[in-house]
Design a protein around this ligand. Structure first.
Ligand code: ZN
Length: 245
């Protein structure tokens, strides 16, 4: 029998049963086991883990556990300087594109309002979400930690329960993508980019009152929907301000 001591830090504890949270605990096992398997066997999805130290040295997910190892497992750091150690997700996606699971309908229009490419379809199965994520290099956003444990999921973020604002903040902080925000550049309904459209081209499609006060319009390249700075837009701006506060 091999004996290994584990300790999980910060929000990774949310995945553990109470008696294992924020404390050292021992695991006994036979044979060869990778550190990734072991971590996931405790209920922590590998996509949530950013750094693993064994006896103070960083290792990757393939590390095979040895007798008497002392393992510390960390989530993404936001403030600590850990430039000298191995991050587990060194291969960033070229662009941040997302796919949300069906329980995250609440964040869709706000993520799109911030300009992020977020695929969402409430009818998708778990398998379909994973397939689309692989095919289109999309980061999976999910409230289901089991989904992140599938072997072929490489990029995913577990979204804790919370307000829409808290959930979106978590995504932006986790990936450090606040600088990539392009407000109101994408269709809230179909996720396609918007183009500026001259007012006289769409006169017949604007309510008379709107025509009076608004001169700037944008139109979706795909579904044709027209947007302008009306009441809805102003409410949306307020929420975005809170997200970024
Ligand atoms: Zn559209």
């Amino acid at each position: 029998m091999l004996k290994v001591t584990f300790r999980f830090y910060e929000e990774l504890n949310d995945f553990l049963p109470k008696y294992r949270r924020k404390a050292d605990f021992e695991a006994m096992f036979k044979g060869k086991r990778s550190i990734k398997d072991m971590i996931e066997s405790f209920g922590v999805p590998h996509t949530e883990v950013d750094l693993i130290l064994v006896d103070g040295k960083s290792v990757d997910f393939n590390y095979i556990l040895q007798d008497k190892d002392r393992v510390s497992v960390y989530p993404v750091f936001e403030f600590l300087n850990i430039t000298k150690v191995t991050h587990l997700r060194k291969i960033p996606l070229r662009r941040n594109k997302f796919i949300a699971d069906i329980n995250l309908g609440n964040i869709v229009k706000y993520m799109r309002a911030l300009g992020f490419d977020l695929f969402y379809d409430s009818l998708l199965s778990t398998r379909e979400i994973i397939e689309i994520s692989k095919r289109e290099n999309r980061i999976i956003l999910t409230k289901d930690s089991k989904l992140l444990k599938f072997k072929d999921v490489s990029h995913g973020i577990y979204i804790h329960t919370g307000t829409t604002i808290e959930q979106i903040r978590r995504i932006l902080n986790y990936l450090d993508i606040k600088d990539d925000i392009k407000p109101f550049s994408r269709c809230l309904q179909c996720n396609t980019l918007l183009d500026v459209v001259p007012k006289d081209k769409i006169l017949d499609r604007i309510p008379p009152m709107t025509k009076e006060f608004c001169d700037k319009y944008v139109q979706c390249r795909s579904c044709d929907k027209i947007y302008w700075e009306g009441t809805h837009f102003i409410n949306m701006k307020k929420v975005i301000k809170q997200i970024l506060a």
